[in-house]
Design a protein around this ligand. Sequence first.
Ligand code: 15L
Length: 269
Amino acid sequence: MPAPRTVLLTGAAGRIGTLMRSLLPEYGYALRLFDVRPVEDAPDAITADLTDTVALREAVRGVDAVLHLAGISREAPFEKILKSNIEGTYRLYEAAREAGVPRIVFASSHHAVGYTPVPCPGEPPIPVEAPHRPDTFYGLSKCFGEDLARFYWDKHGLETVSVRIGSCFPEPNSVRALSIWLSPADGARLFHAALTAEGVGHTVVYGSSANTRRWWDLGGARALGYEPRDDSEPYAAKLLAEQGEPDPADPAQRLLGGRFVTDPPIWPY
Ligand code: 15L
């Protein structure tokens, strides 16, 4: 597949979308922006809902790939997740298939496997083959997205890299995040690798920086050509002093999904 140049970025006004809007053009991409909310300083951005099939057809026309970051990014009532993350992702795949777009990079999440216990020191990292164990309706929607992506590859030859993103913030914001942090610069490196690697079919990878305390296997991401450069360790002493060592008796610290596992399933949204 030739290196994609024009990429549709859904969720362009969101937290990761905003970071990628500033980082990905350095890799030579022309980004077409899409969001349900207006995108600041981007008068050409398409403002539409993911279930708006007319807007989606227009959005995917002529693009080389889609970076699909749009959707609700935490727990919400099922009806909202259903419309935004499940129906919306399906509508996007249909529009991409119709338009012959060859590849989508899908923002999955480790919350697709959130009930997986975190490895104890000395244990192997969590493999990408770990069974789906969603911790929320949100995580369930990411399982759906990964399966939808596999289906569109098997049935229609539309390639996807599903990236199970950890915690993508400028700095890790908790002791837990030390293990799952994806620095914005590494996020751009990973998305670039996912957009350009040859013959991905449908591939699922974890998305984090090269954190000393990482919990999951980055082999799949590295096989795409991803070379992370950041590590959360320089933030560890400060965060541990503020928050203390993880307590293995606390499910929010023993299980990958953290508070997504233990908090009331419906948060205000
Ligand atoms: C996610 O999947 C969320 O989208 C993000 O906002 C963070 O909460 C992250 O997981 C996390 O687990 O820290």
